[in-house]
Write a protein that binds this ligand. Structure first.
Ligand SMILES: Cc1cc2nc3c(=O)[nH]c(=O)nc-3n(C[C@H](O)[C@H](O)[C@H](O)COP(=O)(O)OP(=O)(O)OC[C@H]3O[C@@H](n4cnc5c(N)ncnc54)[C@H](O)[C@@H]3O)c2cc1C
Length: 443
C-alpha cells in the first residue's frame, strides 16, 4: 500500500463521490482563486463520469442516448487529481482516507480537508420477495436494464402461446410514486406504446401499467393543483394508480398488494425513494436517524474539524424550512457544492464559514408526450409550456457544451423520427470465446 501526503506545503483536499456534490465542489475549487498556495485536490469517484440523474428516465425511454446523460469528469476538471475506485475507510484521528481501485490497488490519502458526497442508494422496503424481483431506478445500469427488459417483454409476449403468461409479460408495476417513479413510468409507457405498433400480434393486447403509492397522492411537493393534473394525465393514459396502497409480498411472479389485489407481472420497478449510501457507515461518521451524516448549516461534520459532507448523504438543515433537512435534489446539492468549496477555502485562509442559504427555484416533472408540470418561483405551469421549461432548464444544467449539444441533437432527432427500438441487453457482456473454435479456412 502506498501513502500519499500533502505536496509542497499545499493544503490537501480529498473529495469522495463524483456525482453532483463531488463534481461541482471540485469544479468550484478549481475556479476559485484565493491567496496562498493552491490546494491539491483529489477526487475519488467510482465512475469516471458524472451521471445527470434527471435524464435517467429519458435514457430508459430511449429519447436520450445512455452516454449523453453522463459528463466525463476528465475534461471539465483539469487540475483535480481523479482516482477512479472507492473510498473504503476513514481514520479521523490520522486524517486519512483509504482508496481502493477496481483491481484492489490500495492507497492511503492524507487530507487537511475531507469533503464527502457519496450520495444515496435505493431505499429497500421490508417486503418479502421485493429485493429479488424488483429493479431499482437510480443508476444508468438500472435504467438501461429496465429499457431492455421492457423491450424483451414485447418480444416474449409476441411469441408466447399462453395468454396468462402474455398478460404477465405485458404488466409493469412501479412501487413508489415520487418524481423518479412517475417520470420513469411515463417514459417507458411512451416507449412501449410506440413500439407496439410494430407488433401486429400485440396491437389488441391490453398493456397494464400500475403505480403503487403508499400515500394518498402523487408528488405533493408540486402542490395540489399540479399533483391533480399529474394524476389525471396518468389516468387518461390508462395507467392504474393504487394510492394509499402498499405492496405486501412478491412471489412466483405475482405482486400482492395490502388490499389483497394480485398482479401477475414480470417487471417490477422499485422507486420508493433513497437512503444514505453505505459508504457513510463505512466512514465511521456521526449520523442521524436516517443514516445521513450530521452536519451544521456550514456543512461541517459535527465534532470532526476539517471534515465536510453534503448532498443526499448528509442531513443539511434546510434554510427554507426551519427544523427540516434539505430534500435530496440535485438543485440543492449543486448549491451546497459551491458553498462547501468556499467554506473549505475560507477555513484554509482562517476566515469564518458561511451558512447554507437556498430556496428551491423550481420543480419540474416530465410526463413524456410533450407534457410536464413545473412550479417555478411560486408560479405553476402544466402541459407543453412546462415541458419546454423542464427541457430548457435541464439543458442549461447538464455540465459541458458538448453534452448540451449531444442532448439537444438527441431531442431533435427524437422529434423528427421514431424511437430506436433495438434491444441491447447483451451490450458489454460478450459471449466467451470458444477455446476449441478454430479459424475458418485453417486446419
Ligand atoms: C431517477 C432520478 C431522477 C432525478 N431527477 C432529479 C431532478 O429532476 N431534479 C433534481 O433536482 N434532482 C433529481 N434527482 C436527485 C439527484 O440525482 C440527487 O439529489 C443528486 O444526485 C445527489 O447528489 P450527490 O452528490 O449527493 O450524489 P450522487 O450524484 O448520487 O453522487 C454520488 C456518487 O458517489 C459515488 N460513491 C458512493 N460511495 C463512494 C465511494 N466510497 N467511493 C467513491 N465513490 C463513491 C456514487 O456511486 C455516486 O456516483 C433525481 C434522482 C434520480 C435517481
Amino acid at each position: 500500500m502506498t501513502e500519499t501526503t500533502a505536496a509542497n506545503g499545499r493544503p490537501r483536499i480529498v473529495i469522495v463521490g463524483g456525482g453532483f456534490g463531488g463534481f461541482f465542489s471540485a469544479l468550484r475549487l478549481e475556479r476559485r482563486r484565493d491567496e496562498g498556495p493552491a490546494p491539491h485536490v483529489t477526487l475519488i469517484s467510482d465512475a469516471n463520469a458524472l451521471l445527470y440523474t434527471p435524464f435517467l428516465p429519458q435514457a430508459a425511454g430511449g429519447t436520450l442516448e445512455p452516454r449523453h446523460v453522463t459528463t466525463p469528469l476528465r475534461g471539465p476538471l483539469r487540475s483535480t487529481e481523479i482516482l477512479v475506485g472507492r473510498a473504503v475507510a476513514h481514520d479521523a484521528a490520522r486524517r486519512t482516507v483509504e482508496f481502493a481501485s477496481a483491481s484492489d490497488e490500495r492507497r492511503t490519502l492524507h487530507y487537511d480537508h475531507l469533503v464527502l458526497s457519496p450520495g444515496s442508494s435505493s431505499r429497500m422496503l421490508p417486503v418479502p420477495g421485493l429485493a429479488e424481483a424488483a429493479v431499482g431506478f437510480k443508476t444508468l445500469a438500472e435504467a438501461i436494464h429496465l429499457r431492455n427488459t421492457a423491450l424483451q417483454m414485447l418480444e416474449l409476449a409476441n411469441t408466447t402461446s399462453d395468454p396468462d403468461e402474455r398478460a404477465a409479460q405485458l404488466t409493469f408495476v412501479f412501487v413508489g410514486g415520487g418524481y423518479a417513479g412517475v417520470e420513469a413510468l411515463a417514459e417507458l409507457e411512451d416507449l412501449l406504446r410506440e413500439a407496439r405498433r410494430l407488433y401486429p400480434s400485440l396491437r389488441d393486447q391490453p398493456f397494464r401499467w400500475v403505480l403503487v403509492e403508499a400515500t394518498e397522492s402523487l408528488l405533493p411537493e408540486v402542490g395540489t393543483r399540479l399533483s391533480a393534473y399529474v394524476m389525471r394525465q396518468l389516468h387518461d393514459r390508462g395507467i392504474e394508480l393504487r394510492l394509499g396502497t402498499r405492496v405486501r409480498e412478491v412471489s412466483d411472479g405475482v405482486v400482492t398488494l395490502d388490499t389483497g389485489e394480485r398482479l401477475p407481472a414480470r417487471t417490477v420497478v422499485l422507486t420508493a425513494g433513497v437512503r444514505a449510501h453505505p459508504t457513510v457507515a463505512a466512514m465511521g461518521l456521526p449520523v442521524d436517524d436516517a443514516g445521513r451524516v450530521r452536519v451544521d448549516d456550514t456543512l461541517a461534520v459535527d465534532g470532526l474539524p476539517g471534515v465536510w459532507a453534503l448532498g443526499d448523504a448528509a442531513a443539511v438543515p434546510d434554510p427554507a424550512r426551519p427544523g427540516l433537512t434539505c430534500p435530496p435534489t440535485s438543485q440543492h446539492v449543486t448549491k451546497q457544492a459551491r458553498l462547501v468549496a468556499d467554506n473549505v477555502l475560507a477555513s484554509i485562509a482562517g476566515r469564518p464559514s458561511e451558512p447554507f442559504r437556498y430556496r428551491t427555484r423550481g420543480l419540474f416533472v416530465d410526463l413524456g408526450r410533450y407534457k410536464a408540470v413545473a412550479s417555478v418561483a411560486g408560479l405553476q405551469f402544466s402541459g407543453l409550456p412546462a415541458w419546454f421549461m423542464a427541457r430548457s432548464y435541464h439543458l442549461s444544467q447538464i455540465p459541458g457544451f458538448t453534452r448540451k449539444a449531444r442532448v439537444a441533437t438527441d431531442w431533435t432527432v427524437g422529434i423528427l423520427f421514431d424511437r430506436d427500438l433495438s434491444e441491447l441487453g447483451s451490450l458489454g457482456h460478450p459471449e466467451p470465446l470458444d477455446p476449441q473454435g478454430g479459424q475458418h479456412g485453417r486446419d
